[in-house]
Design a protein. Structure first.
Length: 204
């Protein structure tokens, strides 16, 4: 499995060095777009994004010529924050609590941001597939590091892998009726992965 320090925080493309004012406008636009998309959906008028960011439309389109590019930037920031959360939790104790706290955050992310991710249209160059692969790998790296630490501490069964936990978490995100049920299902998963439970391959 990847080490705890493996995996860079994901972004849609390598970060280019921008002038301070350009970087400020970029950050304002991404933050504004996150709020507007959250409040009014991904099809909200882009004029609203520029207005909330306090910049002109020309400035917005200079940074993001299309809605698709703005959505990619917003979703990249969401994934980067979730990855950064995993890095913070790697220093938190107990390791089992840290792992399942992050899985809870992952579930909330999938439930709230799935529409945003699915709105990224396909392209002939294959950028969409490359982005999704990169984001998926980032989440796998985050989950692997937290799981390895929890397993080393004896908090979680050694026969588990990150892909299995992410599949369970994704299923919860897509099927839970509300946050309360999602939290209960995470508890059920945790009970089933406790070191005192019966290994899955021995269950008939």
């Amino acid at each position: 499995m990847p080490s705890q320090s493996a995996g860079p925080a994901p972004h849609s493309e390598p970060r280019r060095r921008r002038r301070a004012d350009a970087q400020r406008n970029y950050d304002l636009l991404v933050a504004a777009a996150r709020d507007v998309f959250h409040d009014h959906g991904v099809d909200a008028p882009l004029d609203d994004v520029a207005r909330r960011a306090g910049v002109g439309n020309a400035t917005m389109y200079r940074h993001f010529p299309t809605r698709r590019e703005l959505i990619i930037a917003v979703y990249s920031e969401e994934v980067a924050e979730l990855y950064a959360r995993s890095q913070f939790l790697l220093a938190e104790d107990p390791p089992g609590d840290a792992l399942f706290a992050w899985l809870q955050d992952f579930i909330a992310h999938v439930a709230a941001k799935r529409e945003l991710a699915l709105s990224i249209t396909d392209d002939r160059a294959g950028q969409r597939s490359a982005l999704f692969d990169r984001w998926h790998q980032s989440m796998h790296t985050a989950a692997s590091a937290l799981l390895t630490r929890a397993q080393s501490a004896g908090a979680v069964r050694a026969d588990l892998n990150a892909s299995e936990l992410l599949a369970l978490a994704n299923g919860i995100a897509l099927t839970a009726t509300d946050a309360t049920q999602a939290e209960r299902l995470v508890v059920v998963v945790r009970q089933g992965t406790d070191t005192r439970s019966t290994p899955a391959d021995s269950i008939r």
